[in-house]
Design a protein around this ligand. Structure first.
Ligand code: SF4
Ligand code: SF4
Length: 422
C-alpha cells in the first residue's frame, strides 16, 4: 500500500487515525510530503520486480491521494507501462474521500480500470457529523457528486463506511442509504477503535498488566473516564450494527447486494480461507509505504517501532519476507488468548486485528480484542442462517454449530431426521 502523499489530506475527519502521522513520522522534518518522481519510479520498478504473479495490484492511499493531481496519476500509469513484464496484468486501487473527483478524474479512472474505494458514512447527518472540511463544514454533498460521476463513467468502486459511535446506532439508515441512494456495488464497514493514546503510542506497546478487563465501563466510549476516544464504536454496538444489517440482507438482498463481511463469512463457513486480513489467521501481507520510502509492517502499524526498511536501501521483496515481517504475520495466530483458542468462532475471527487487542479476558489474560463481545454476538447470530444459505445452495457447511459434522453427530445420537430450520 503506497501513500504517495503520506497523511496529507484536504479534509479533517475527527476520527482519522492517519492525520496524526504527520507529527509522528520523520518526513515532517524538512521532507516534502509528496513522493517525488525518482522515488515513485524506484517504487514501481521495485514493486514489480518483487512479484511473479499474473496480476500485480497497486494500492494508492493517503491522506488524500487525489491531492497529487491527475498528472501525477498519469505518470504512475506511464511508469507502470514502462516496467510492465510481458503477459502480466497491472491493476490499481485508489482510496479517496471523493471530494476532488471531477469529470476528468472519473474518465481517467474508468479508462485505466482503477478500483476506487470511496469513503462515505451514510446519510448526510451521519456523514457530516465527522467527515468535515477544514472549515468544519460537512462533505456529504461533494461525495454524493462523486458517486454520480463514478456511476456515470462506469468506474468500479466500493464504499468504505466508518462505524463509529453514531453510525453504529443507525445501522439500517446507513445500509439502506448505501443500497438505495449510493447504489454501492460493494459495501465495506470499518469499526472505529482508537484509544486516547493512539496518536503517539503504537499498538501493543503498553504494559499488559494495565489492560482493562472485558466488561469494564472505562472501555465504553463517551463514559467520563473512558480510555477510548468518544467517536469509537463500543463492542456491543458493533455486534448490533452487523446483526441489524445482516438480517435485512438475508431477508431481502442476498445475491444482490455485496457486503464484504457477509460474503467473507459465507466463504469461511464453507471452509475457505477468510479473504479479509482482519479476520484471517495471518497478518503482514499489506506493507505500507510513506512518501519518503519508509516501509512499515501494516497500514495500522505506521509507528517508528514497526518500520522495516526503506526502498532506497532495501528491496520490497526482502522486506516482505524478512524474519521481522514473518514474525509480525504469524503473531496474529500465535498470540491468541485461551479464550480465543476455545472460542466456537475462532475459525471466523482469529482474534480479529491485533491493533485492537488491548483488553484482558474476564479471567484476567491480556491481549483480547476490544471488539470480541460484538464479534461473538454477530457470529453466533449469523451461524444458523449462514449454514442454511450454504445448504440451500448445495454447498458444504464446514464450521459452526450447524456444520455438516455437527448434524451427522446429532443424527447418530438422536436418530436420523435432525435438520435445524432457519
Ligand atoms: S494488523 Fe490488522 S490490518 Fe494489519 S494485517 Fe494484521 S489484521 Fe490486517
Ligand atoms: S469472538 Fe472473541 S473470543 Fe472468539 S476468536 Fe474472536 S476475539 Fe477471540
Amino acid at each position: 500500500m503506497a501513500k504517495p502523499i503520506g497523511a496529507v489530506c484536504n479534509i479533517d475527519c475527527n476520527y482519522c487515525y492517519y492525520l496524526s502521522k504527520q507529527d509522528l513520522l520523520e518526513y515532517k522534518k524538512g521532507c516534502s510530503p509528496e513522493m517525488d518522481e525518482v522515488m515513485l519510479e524506484q517504487y514501481i520498478k521495485n514493486y514489480m520486480e518483487g512479484q511473479n504473479t499474473p496480476e500485480i495490484i497497486f494500492s494508492w492511499q493517503g491522506g488524500e491521494p487525489t491531492m497529487l493531481g491527475l498528472d501525477y496519476f498519469k505518470k504512475i500509469v506511464e511508469l507502470q507501462t514502462k516496467y510492465q513484464p510481458s503477459g502480466v496484468k497491472i491493476s490499481n486501487d485508489l482510496q479517496t474521500n471523493g471530494t476532488l473527483l471531477d469529470e476528468k478524474w472519473s474518465a481517467f479512472l474508468a479508462e485505466h480500470n482503477f478500483l476506487v474505494g470511496l469513503s462515505i458514512d451514510g446519510p448526510q447527518m451521519l456523514h457530516d457529523a465527522y467527515r468535515t472540511n477544514r472549515a468544519g463544514r460537512g462533505t456529504h454533498k461533494q461525495v454524493m457528486k462523486a458517486v454520480e460521476l463514478l456511476h456515470k463513467h462506469n468506474v468500479s468502486f466500493a464504499t468504505l463506511t466508518c462505524v463509529n459511535n453514531l453510525t453504529s446506532k443507525n445501522p439500517l439508515e446507513v445500509y439502506r442509504f448505501l443500497r438505495d441512494e449510493v447504489r454501492s456495488p460493494q459495501m465495506q464497514f470499518i469499526p472505529i477503535v482508537e484509544q486516547k493514546t493512539f496518536r503517539t503510542d503504537a499498538p501493543q506497546t503498553g504494559s499488559s498488566s494495565q489492560q482493562l478487563r472485558q466488561g469494564d465501563k472505562r472501555l465504553i466510549p463517551g463514559n467520563s473516564n473512558s480510555i477510548m476516544e468518544p467517536w469509537c464504536v463500543s463492542d456491543e454496538a458493533w455486534g448490533n450494527f452487523l446483526i441489524a444489517i445482516f438480517d435485512e440482507w438475508v431477508q431481502k438482498d442476498i445475491g444482490k447486494v455485496f457486503v464484504q463481511y457477509f460474503e467473507a463469512s459465507v466463504e469461511t463457513w464453507m471452509g475457505r480461507k477468510n479473504p479479509l486480513c482482519t479476520l484471517g489467521s495471518l497478518c503482514g501481507k499489506g506493507l505500507a509505504m510513506e512518501p519518503n520510502g519508509d516501509v512499515f509492517s501494516c497500514d495500522h502499524y505506521v509507528y517508528p517501532e514497526y518500520k522495516i526498511g526503506n526502498i532506497d536501501t532495501d528491496s520490497l521483496e526482502e522486506m516482505a519476507y524478512s524474519k521481522r515481517q514473518q514474525e509480525f504475520g504469524f503473531a496474529k495466530s500465535r498470540t491468541l488468548t485461551s479464550q480465543c483458542q476455545q472460542c466456537d468462532y475462532q475459525f471466523a475471527c482469529y482474534g480479529e486485528c491485533p491493533k485492537n487487542r488491548f483488553i484482558k479476558t474476564r479471567s484476567g489474560e491480556p491481549g483480547l480484542n476490544y471488539l470480541c463481545a460484538g464479534w461473538k454476538k454477530f457470529f453466533s447470530h449469523a451461524d444458523r442462517a449462514l449454514a442454511y444459505i450454504l445448504r440451500a445452495t448445495g454447498n458444504p457447511v464446514a464450521h459452526g454449530k450447524y456444520s455438516d459434522q455437527m448434524i451427522r453427530t446429532a443424527n447418530s445420537a438422536q436418530g436420523a431426521g435432525f435438520n435445524p430450520k432457519f
